[in-house]
Design a protein. Structure first.
Length: 162
C-alpha cells in the first residue's frame, strides 16, 4: 500500500465519524476542498485541532483524523481549550494515541483497526517492531496502561466511551 492509497474521509460515513467524536465532546469540522486545514500540524491534507474542534477535508486520511482527535480525547476537557495545532504532552501520550486511534477505528463502520494500522504504516509511522500492528499487539504495554489509568479503556482493552 502506498501513502496515496490510505482511507480518506470522503470514503467513510462522515456522520458516524462525527458521532464518534461527539461522544468525547469533540466537534468535527469539514473544510472545503482545497482550503487550508486550520490547526494542521503536518499541513496539506492532514487533520487539524484547535480546542474542542477537529478540522478535516474530504481528502484527509482517516488515520490522521483519529490520531489528532486522540490527542484531544486524552486531555482533560479543561486543557483542550488551550490546544492549537500541537497537543502532544509526552512520548507516553504519543504512544497511547497511536493505540487509541486503532481502537477508535474499530468503532467506525467499515473501517476497523487493521485498515488504520496498515494506513499508518503506508503513511510512514515507524515502530521498533516494524509495523503499527506489531506495536499495538506486542510492544504497547505502556500505552495500554496509560490509556487504562485515564479511564479511556476497560480491562479488556476496549474503549470506555461515554
Amino acid at each position: 500500500m502506498r501513502a496515496d492509497d490510505v482511507l480518506r474521509v470522503r470514503q467513510i460515513d462522515f456522520a458516524a465519524l462525527s458521532a464518534l467524536l461527539l461522544r468525547y465532546d469533540l466537534q468535527l469540522r469539514l473544510i472545503a476542498d482545497g482550503d487550508p486545514i486550520p490547526g494542521s500540524y503536518w499541513g496539506d491534507d492532514e487533520a487539524g485541532i484547535i480546542g474542542h474542534d477537529v478540522y478535516v477535508r474530504a481528502d484527509t486520511p482517516v488515520h490522521s483524523v483519529l490520531h489528532e482527535a486522540g490527542h484531544l480525547i486524552v486531555l482533560p476537557p479543561e486543557k483542550r481549550a488551550g490546544v492549537h495545532t500541537d497537543a502532544t504532552d509526552s512520548i507516553d501520550e504519543e504512544n497511547a494515541v497511536c493505540v487509541l486511534q486503532a481502537l477508535l477505528a474499530d468503532a467506525l463502520p467499515g473501517v476497523g483497526r487493521h485498515r488504520i494500522l496498515a494506513d499508518m504504516d503506508a503513511w510512514g509511522y515507524t515502530f521498533r517492531l516494524g509495523s503499527a500492528q506489531a506495536y499495538v499487539e506486542q510492544d504497547a504495554a505502556d500505552a495500554w496502561t496509560w490509556l487504562a489509568s485515564r479511564g479511556l479503556i476497560d480491562v479488556n482493552h476496549q474503549l470506555s466511551i461515554k
